[in-house]
Design a protein around this ligand. Structure first.
Ligand SMILES: NC(=O)c1ccc[n+]([C@@H]2O[C@H](COP(=O)([O-])OP(=O)(O)OC[C@H]3O[C@@H](n4cnc5c(N)ncnc54)[C@H](O)[C@@H]3O)[C@@H](O)[C@H]2O)c1
Ligand SMILES: [Zn+2]
Length: 363
């Protein structure tokens, strides 16, 4: 087991990663004095598979438990789910001290975190992420949100959990495509901050894909450590540091948007976005072609896409103008100066973006 502390003064919390760490849940809840009643937000498949065990663990710690099941879809990150959950929790809350437990992937984590942020102006919540993507990324750092028709994550809050408990055994039921999607974010951390992790992934990716628990523990705790270090220095993305975590995401969001959020998983879009960012970096003479080829090699070996068809270049270019990272008319890209070295660059010429994109789109 490995524990990383995310340092934010009195809002600091532990990120616990390992095999079987879910058994420590009750002990942590008591130690942190989170309350006497757990309002668990999850979906029916996860409840069926893990709910009984989770309920027992919580009851053994003397807690009352209520499950709230939400449909398994990005569509659940909605105002209507938010409001129904708030009303439901307030009915459950009578004479209790209730806290929220998010048990699921990023969809559940983002929604549950936002419910916790707004109910009674903020109650405690715990993240127990069950996808690789949520364990390495979305459960950490306190970005909570729901989607609007106008775009993803447009209504939300920065609101930190009190604990993140990532049990690698929960990943045993995760589909291979979802494993690869999470792996794209791990590759992202390696590329922006950690060359050793990149070397490790090149050597150990087959073990990741067959879910070797000790290899998973290593890459999840390394990723958690990097994200915690960045968030503790730039919690609300005001200093360009947290922006680095957006490597690959400007183009990823444009691809997802141009496809109407169908067809590609988020990690697949990030893989393509990282390759476009590498293409831009090479064209601006920041990154060596040899390193770019190594990066493409890893992305392709783990089974993530390196090219995409059925999309028009114009549509992607149009969609990339809506990126939240745009400031006024200036674009901002995270680019690489080498494996493990990233920087934020403003005002990249459209011609360069277009050429790098063209390389990835099959017409
Ligand atoms: N808050 C942040 O900082 C942040 C960062 C990145 C992504 N996100 C958000 O995260 C969401 C994507 O998260 P995700 O990729 O985890 O998707 P998800 O939550 O939709 O989960 C993917 C699928 O895996 C299933 N699943 C979850 N755990 C499982 C398990 N243990 N075994 C079997 N199946 C399981 C889910 O039911 C779902 O069908 C997006 O909404 C994105 O905006 C947020
Ligand atoms: Zn991402």
């Amino acid at each position: 087991m490995q524990v990383t502390k995310l340092n934010l003064a009195e809002r600091s919390y532990d990120i616990v990663v390992g095999k079987g760490v879910i058994t420590f849940l009750g002990g942590y809840i008591k130690k942190l004095e989170l309350g006497d009643s757990a309002y668990v937000i999850t979906n029916s498949a996860l409840r069926k598979r893990y709910g009984l065990r989770l309920e027992r663990l919580l009851q053994q710690a003397g807690l009352e438990v209520k499950f709230r099941l939400i449909p398994d879809s990005e569509k659940s990150k909605s105002f209507s789910q938010l409001i129904t959950a708030i009303e439901d929790i307030s009915n459950f809350d009578k004479n209790r001290r209730v806290f929220i437990l998010a048990f699921g992937g990023g969809v559940i984590g983002d929604l549950a975190g936002f419910v916790a942020a707004v109910y009674k102006r903020g109650i405690s919540y715990v993240q127990v992420p069950t996808t690789l993507l949520a364990q390495v990324d979305s459960a950490i750092g306190g970005k909570t949100a729901v989607d609007l028709a106008q775009g993803k994550n447009l209504a939300g809050a920065f609101y930190q959990p009190r604990l993140v408990l990532s049990d690698v055994r929960l990943l045993r039921s995760l589909k291979p495509r979802e494993m690869r999607s999470g792996l794209a974010e791990v590759i992202k951390y390696a590329l922006i901050k950690d060359k050793e992790l990149f070397n490790y992934l090149e050597k150990n990716y087959p073990a990741v894909l067959r879910k070797d628990y000790s290899v998973l523990q290593h890459i999840i705790s390394r990723s958690s450590w990097i994200k915690a270090a960045v968030v503790s220095r730039d919690e609300q993305e005001t200093r360009n540091l947290r922006t680095l975590l957006n490597f690959g995401h400007t183009i990823a969001h444009a691809l997802e948007n141009a496809l109407g959020y169908r067809g590609l998983t988020h990690g697949e879009a990030v893989a393509l976005g990282m390759l476009v960012a590498c293409g831009i970096s090479v064209r601006l003479a920041k990154l060596k072609s040899r390193d770019a080829a190594r990066i493409e090699g890893l992305i392709s070996k783990v089974g993530l896409p390196v090219k995409i068809s059925g999309l028009s270049l114009a549509k992607v270019i149009q969609a990339h103008y809506h990126d939240k990272k745009f400031i006024g008319a200036e674009n901002r890209f995270v680019l690489l100066r080498g494996i493990g070295k990233a920087e934020v660059v403003s005002n990249v010429a459209l011609k360069v973006i277009r050429e790098a994109l063209k390389e990835r789109i099959i017409v």
